[in-house]
Design a protein around this ligand. Structure first.
Ligand code: ADP
Ligand code: MG
Length: 366
């Protein structure tokens, strides 16, 4: 059985990808924990940690910058980290705003953009997709954070692939015809919009008091100067994904639908020449040591309860068999990649103890 140690050797960025609910956030946090124990300075960029997990790491009041998980908190659970575990919850809208702040030539332009209603709509929409902002943040941390390793938990997007072409899509938007048209020197003159449109805008203004035309023109004028910066940033962010020091771990459960998505994602990674590191199959049921009737159980529990225990054991055994087949199939489909199996734990992973358990499986100590 593989340990993530070998998968992370020499890596600076690890991206946990996979479909929703399979354990990406859990895996990312447990990887961070394990690597901090190995002496590295690690930042985990998570998207949607369960509230209890965030609380147990002391991450509730996070800004959009990594904070160090208090070593005392870990020590209290018997975990001695020689390195440092940092974590942040990504705030997509704030990341997007910070990008504008960086690219704006001066404070006035920045404020104008932020106050602009069109920007407000757009940034919510772009930030809503989260994928781009996640990698943009990763890029920034990689450049400036001073971390040995960044672990990125990916958004709970329906399609893990959105993530791969997010930089291209954003570039497409800013390089798109609509924007270019508005950016012509003529700007939003009647020539570009046509008389009818101009009249609609002025009617809207009279009726609603909102000067949309003004908003539009400010938006495009101010953003116009930043487009090149955006394009360049999107390129560099995209390049980060292909860097040899970046690795993708595909996280999945052994169940049918997530497995299908994992297989699909694996193929797409290869097509895009992005570095696939290995597979984490999480929440794999293990067979109970008993199946069916257990001698003496009826005497101990009474017939009724004994029968129900027997049935549960039987169901669990069936689940375990099906999960085992699922794992085999995944390995076969993916060409026997490095793989790590993490069993279904008795409880949700919502605290440091739970993370430590998952970490033990990932690092091969369990
Ligand atoms: N090995 C496991 N055993 C039991 N529960 C798990 C395990 N891994 C994850 N979970 C639980 O499954 C749920 C989804 O995990 P999460 O990491 O949030 O998935 P994702 O980030 O992929 O959506 C969480 O409630 C988590 O505590
Ligand atoms: Mg998650």
């Amino acid at each position: 059985m593989t340990s993530v140690d070998s998968l992370l050797d020499g890596k600076r960025i690890v991206i946990c990808a996979g479909s929703g609910g399979v354990g990406k956030t859990t895996t990312a946090a447990a990887l961070g924990l394990g690597m901090a124990e190995r002496g590295f300075r690690v930042a985990v960029v998570t998207i949607d940690p369960a509230r209890r997990l965030a609380t147990s790491l002391g991450l509730e009041e996070l800004g959009n910058e990594p904070r160090r998980v208090d070593p005392e908190r870990l020590a209290a659970r018997g975990i001695e980290a020689d390195g440092e575990l940092w974590a942040m919850m990504l705030d997509a809208k704030r990341t997007f705003d910070a990008l504008i702040e960086r690219l704006a030539p001066d404070d006035r332009t920045r404020d104008e953009v932020f106050a602009n209603r069109i920007y407000q709509q757009l940034s919510n929409a772009v930030a809503g997709s989260q994928e781009f902002t996640a990698i943009a943040k990763l890029y920034e941390l990689d450049q400036e954070g001073g971390f040995d390793l960044l672990v990125l938990d990916t958004p709970p997007s329906r399609n893990a692939l959105d993530f791969l072409d997010a930089p291209q899509r954003l570039k497409g938007f800013f390089g798109g015809r609509a924007i270019r048209m508005f950016l012509r020197p003529a700007g939003l003159s009647g020539k570009v919009l046509g008389r009818g449109t101009g009249m609609v805008f002025s009617l809207l203004k009279r009726v609603t008091g909102v000067d949309l035309l003004q908003d539009l023109s400010v938006f495009f004028r101010t953003l116009g100067g930043m487009i090149d910066g955006f394009m360049e940033r999107a390129d560099r962010v995209g390049a980060l994904l292909e860097d040899p020091a970046t690795t993708f771990l595909i996280v999945t459960s052994p169940r049918h639908d997530p497995s299908e998505e994992a297989i699909h994602f694996h193929r797409k990674l290869a097509d895009a020449a992005m570095p696939f590191g290995g597979l984490v199959v999480n929440r794999v049921h293990t067979s109970p040591s008993v199946d069916g009737a257990v001698p003496g159980l009826a005497e101990a529990l009474g017939d009724d309860l004994a029968q129900r225990v027997g049935e549960s054991a039987h169901e669990l055994a069936a689940l375990a068999a099906s999960d085992e087949a699922g794992v085999e199939r995944l390995l076969a489909e993916l060409g026997s990649p490095p793989a790590i199996v993490v069993p279904e734990l008795a409880d949700d992973v919502h605290d440091v103890d739970g993370l430590a358990q998952v970490r033990s499986y990932l690092f091969g100590a369990a």
